[in-house]
Design a protein around this ligand. Structure first.
Ligand code: CO
Length: 296
């Protein structure tokens, strides 16, 4: 791997780790999702990186893609199980890292099994290792603790400005044999639940990403496309643009652009049986004999 590229992955990783650890001190009952998201995203910028994707703040059975809306008034509750998934990038070189905090104190065993599954997966990563081997190990550890991995969410390969590139890293044993290669960047993210082990979409969407720009008549859509140009295809939150575009018109523009396949929607995902969900995630560079975790 190019030395400068590697340094940028490392820098994005250090910033991701710093923001992750710092953000843990903010997770207290009563803090609003909006406040939490704004603080985390500002910290990424303050430390010299850019936001790779809107910070996801998911509680209880909400599993992924919850980002607060611009007028979101919800707050963290006293017994919530809170997951924060955040991403930083330096010139498109991304880090992606997540953790769960259990304010209820009732799910410590699940969180521990989840964290151990991530550690075990990282131990296995090396060139030539099959992704099914990693999925098998994650599943085995989570199931032996009495929980289920989320079977329809996976970790993923990362490339410059590309958050979900190529290879998927499953959280269950899978019947295919794709292998890890040296210099791949991987984000590994096991999820554990006391529910069914599957997520489904909810009607709400706050996170979008560009598929491809097309000409569109609506003025607000054109403004949005200009604003998005430098992010390329990295995900964004509707809330980021409500100071530049009237929120009602923005909502219309987003819907129009999604229907025209200019934008991809990333709807909120929740556990199918409303099980409590946890998640832990690190980003790593595959080396010749293992991997270097950038977010530790
Ligand atoms: Co993530």
């Amino acid at each position: 791997m190019d030395k400068l590229d590697k340094e940028k992955y490392q820098q994005a990783g250090e910033i991701g780790r710093d923001v992750r650890e710092w953000s843990k001190t903010l997770i207290k009952p009563g803090i609003s999702f909006l406040d939490l998201a704004n603080k985390i995203e500002s910290r990424i910028a303050k430390l010299g990186a850019e936001i790779a994707f809107p910070v996801n703040i998911c509680v209880n059975d909400i599993t992924a893609h919850y980002a607060p809306g611009y007028r979101d008034e919800s707050v963290i509750g006293a017994n919530d199980v809170v997951t924060v998934d955040l991403g930083a990038h330096v010139d498109g070189f991304i880090s992606d890292t997540a953790y769960t905090v259990d304010l209820s104190g009732k799910h410590k065993k699940m969180l521990k099994a989840n964290q151990e599954a991530l550690d075990a997966a990282i131990e296995l990563v090396a060139p030539g290792v099959s992704v099914s081997e990693i999925g098998h190990r994650v599943q085995e550890l989570i199931i032996s603790a009495g929980y289920k991995p989320i079977e329809n969410l996976t970790g993923h390969e990362i490339k410059q400005y590309d958050l979900h590139a190529g290879l998927s890293i499953p959280n269950i044993d899978v019947p295919y044999d794709r292998k890890i290669k040296k210099d791949m960047i991987l984000a590994i993210e096991p999820f554990a639940t006391n529910g069914l082990g599957r997520v489904i979409e909810s009607p709400r969407t706050e996170i979008y990403s560009l598929i491809e720009p097309k000409s569109v008549r609506m003025n607000e859509a054109r403004i949005l496309l200009r604003e998005l140009a430098e992010r390329r295809k990295l995900p964004f939150a509707a809330r980021w643009f409500t100071d530049k575009i009237n929120p009602m018109r923005l909502e219309l523009a987003l819907r129009k652009m999604a229907s025209m396949k200019i934008l991809k929607t990333h709807p909120v995902l929740h556990e199918k049986e409303k099980g409590i969900v946890s998640q832990f995630e690190h980003t790593m560079i595959v080396t010749s004999s293992g991997c270097e975790v950038t977010t530790i």
